[in-house]
Design a protein around this ligand. Structure first.
Ligand code: AMP
Length: 146
């Protein structure tokens, strides 16, 4: 059984290139669709949801910057149409799972730093996405094992 629709989660850092390249190779070899998602974590969330100021303008700027970065990145992947680029406000795990279900994706691709010890306890997005995922998850290793 080959995959039909891959969803690549990107943090828009330089590190998302190897993740996207791996997903692209896989999508090409299985003739699957390729979609990309970036989640913008609302600033209020970082402060526990209780901020005594209006963050609307800052969030709008955050959205515009992410939109431009995502568009620039997607230029390198012609198989990803505009409709297959997603930018969502929220919590990464929840939004990535929700989008994968909504779009009928059968593989989520994320980058993984292969953290261990305390860093692992503090959590990683790859770990978070794996738990309760609605489909398979591929964690692309981002740094060589030490
Ligand atoms: P991290 O655990 O934050 O180092 O991120 C590992 C991987 O999780 C990244 O390579 C992305 O695949 C994914 N990821 C992290 N943050 C986000 C985000 N805001 N939106 C989408 N994917 C993300």
């Amino acid at each position: 059984m080959s995959y039909q629709h891959l969803l690549v989660a990107v943090d828009l850092s330089e590190e998302c290139t190897p993740v996207l390249q791996r997903a692209q190779e896989l999508a090409r070899s299985t003739q699957a669709r390729l979609s990309i998602v970036h989640i913008i974590e609302p600033m209020a969330m970082a402060f526990g949801g209780d901020v005594p100021m209006d963050l609307t303008l800052i969030q709008q700027q955050q959205f515009e910057q992410a939109e431009a970065a995502l568009a620039k990145l997607a230029e390198q992947y012609p198989e990803v149409s505009k409709e297959q680029r997603h930018l969502i406000f929220g919590q990464p795990r929840q939004e990535i799972h929700g989008l994968a279900t909504e779009q009928g994706c059968d593989l989520i691709v994320v980058g993984s730093h292969g953290r261990h010890g305390l860093a692992l306890l503090l959590g990683s997005t790859a770990n978070d996405v794996l738990h309760g995922a609605p489909c398979d998850v591929l964690a692309v290793r981002l740094n060589p094992p030490t």
